[in-house]
Design a protein around this ligand. Structure first.
Ligand SMILES: NC(=O)c1ccc[n+]([C@@H]2O[C@H](COP(=O)([O-])OP(=O)(O)OC[C@H]3O[C@@H](n4cnc5c(N)ncnc54)[C@H](OP(=O)(O)O)[C@@H]3O)[C@@H](O)[C@H]2O)c1
Length: 240
């Protein structure tokens, strides 16, 4: 029970990697708040996990919704910034609305959620923020320009927040997953995700739980001296 007496907020905890995190965190004794836009999916996800899990509907691309989430969340010890949009478009084809939605969700929503929760963590003298980024934050992948740039911004925020919050006992890290088999990514990227998986040293895509284990480690006391880092859970993709 590594997370007993901790409360964790996992954005996008209703599907894929976020749902796998919610399951692991609940198993480790945390009280878990999961968010997503689809209320029906959220309620079903919360009911299916067991333990102390609550769903709060929130759209991170919408600042009013981010503020409402901050009002509803209560005291949070661990924030997993996982929800994201990952549009596929070549630069010459990129639509402005998808560009804006991606940065509004992946960067602005994440930024102000963390900014709103950090004072409580700092006031209590402890906390952990884990930003789920991506292997392609540091790689050139055709069609991933907007997505990769948004996640590179989040890796920069990880370093800034580690510097700003460390003295107050709050650790901030990133997990950078490689291609992972989730419904969301399959819907947007189709077979490309599996192709990316085959090109990794480990030769396959990840299971969501394999990424969630890395997130759990960074959230746990085992990572008590780790802040400002990126944990590459990518089957070796960043090494080649
Ligand atoms: N799967 C991969 O190959 C892969 C690789 C590297 C990094 N990642 C990163 O891992 C994270 C999770 O990806 P995933 O594949 O697990 O995604 P997923 O299966 O599509 O799940 C996405 C989750 O985020 C929620 N969400 C999406 N947009 C949202 C918004 N605007 N506001 C609030 N919630 C929103 C979704 O719920 P609703 O739709 O109901 O809102 C869902 O709960 C993302 O940060 C992604 O960039 C994934």
């Amino acid at each position: 029970m590594e997370l007993a007496y901790k409360t964790a907020l996992i954005t996008g905890g209703t599907a894929g990697i976020g749902l796998a995190c919610a399951r692991l965190f609940a198993r480790e004794g945390a009280t878990v708040v999961i968010t997503g836009r689809d209320a029906e999916r959220g309620k079903q996800a919360a009911a299916g996990i067991g333990g102390s899990v609550r769903f709060v509907q929130a759209d991170l691309s919408d600042m009013a919704s981010v503020r409402a989430l901050l009002d509803e969340a209560g005291e949070i010890d661990i924030l997993v910034n996982n929800a994201a949009n990952f549009p596929a478009a070549l630069t010459v084809d990129q639509q402005i609305d998808a560009y804006e939605r991606t940065f509004d969700t992946n960067v602005r929503g994440l930024y102000f959620l963390a900014a709103g929760l950090a004072p409580g963590m700092l006031g209590r003298g402890h906390g952990s923020i884990i930003n789920v980024t991506t292997m392609v934050a540091r790689k050139g992948v055709p069609g991933a320009g907007v997505y990769s740039a948004s996640k590179a911004a989040v890796e920069s925020l990880t370093r800034t927040w580690a510097a700003e919050f460390g003295a107050g006992g709050v650790r901030v890290n990133s997990v950078a997953p490689g291609p992972t088999k989730t419904e969301g990514v399959e819907a947007e990227w189709g077979e490309t995700n599996e192709e990316l998986g085959r090109a990794l040293p480990l030769g396959r895509t990840a299971r969501p739980q394999e990424i969630a284990e890395a997130v759990l480690f960074l959230a746990s006391p085992r990572a008590s001296f780790i802040t400002g880092s990126v944990l590459h859970a990518d089957g070796g993709g960043s090494a080649v």
